[in-house]
Design a protein around this ligand. Structure first.
Ligand code: SAH
Length: 245
């Protein structure tokens, strides 16, 4: 199950932080590392700070966008020290996030996404997440070093996994049936967008409305069957719309 937990580092500036994150991961049984546009990788400093986790560094996948890093995931959790304006479901307790991640990892890959050292994740990147998590810390100075944030969340995930494997009776997933991937959810949201525009509900793309709808479906966590029911409903409605002029 830990194989289905993926750590995603977005545009890391210091290669040493990539190495230290790999070490933090391996100590907690995590090995899947994806790097989105790292400034400098592969790099000797990354390998040096990875110490005994150089295999995690060697196996790291490098991709060009966060979308590409998470499109096959059933849950995407963005780690952020600051509360954002986006209305996504938010875990205030890393332990709760970890329990959900371990349960969802039975169905497919789950990504934990970490931002840049200087300015974290952009709002556009957070839009690719289904949830956010914050590590509660000193209100006067609560921003952890990137690899230390990876360590804290990896530790929580490892703890949730240990407790769950010790108690196999509770492995049932929170939703019934397999969860959709981010790509299937993206197709659904595109479809919803078309019907909203085609029906005149909105006249043009409206970021606020689509953020709220994304948050609503992230909270509801429809399974694949429910999502295809919604797609069917949208198609039926679409058939009654006037063709675009
Ligand atoms: N200056 C950036 C913080 C960068 S720290 C900002 O203000 O957003 C690098 C990354 O570590 C963050 O993007 C986040 O993913 C993670 N991180 C640091 N402190 C955290 C905290 N308290 N809770 C959750 N994630 C945190």
């Amino acid at each position: 199950m830990l194989d289905n937990i993926r750590i995603v580092l977005v545009q890391t500036f210091h290669p040493g932080n990539i190495g230290a994150s790999a070490r933090a991961m391996k100590t907690m049984g995590l090995t899947r590392l994806t790097l989105v546009n790292p400034r400098c990788f592969p790099d000797a400093e990354a390998t040096r700070l990875a110490a005994g986790a150089s295999d995690v560094i060697e196996g790291a996948r490098v991709v060009a966008s966060l979308e590409e890093a998470v499109s096959d995931c059933v849950q995407v959790v963005g780690a952020s020290a600051r509360l954002r304006s986006l209305p996504l479901p938010h875990f205030d307790e890393p332990g709760e996030m970890a329990r959900a991640a371990i349960a969802n990892a039975e169905q497919g890959p789950v990504a934990l996404v970490f931002g840049r050292e200087r300015y974290g994740l952009t709002n556009d990147e957070i839009r690719h997440c289904t949830h956010q998590v914050s590590i509660p810390a000193n209100p006067d100075y609560g921003i952890l070093n990137l690899s230390q944030a990876v360590q804290v969340l990896a530790h929580e995930v490892h703890g949730a996994w240990r407790r769950q494997t010790g108690n196999t009776a509770s492995t049932a997933s929170p939703t019934q049936g397999p969860l959709p991937t981010q790509q299937q959810l993206a197709y659904f949201h595109e479809h919803l967008q078309r019907v909203m525009e085609g029906s005149g509900f909105i006249n043009q793309p409206h970021a606020r409305t689509s953020d709220h709808l994304h948050a609503l479906f992230a909270r509801a966590q429809p399974n694949r069957k429910e999502l295809s029911l919604l797609r069917g409903l949208l198609s039926a409605l679409e058939a009654h719309l006037d063709p675009p002029s």
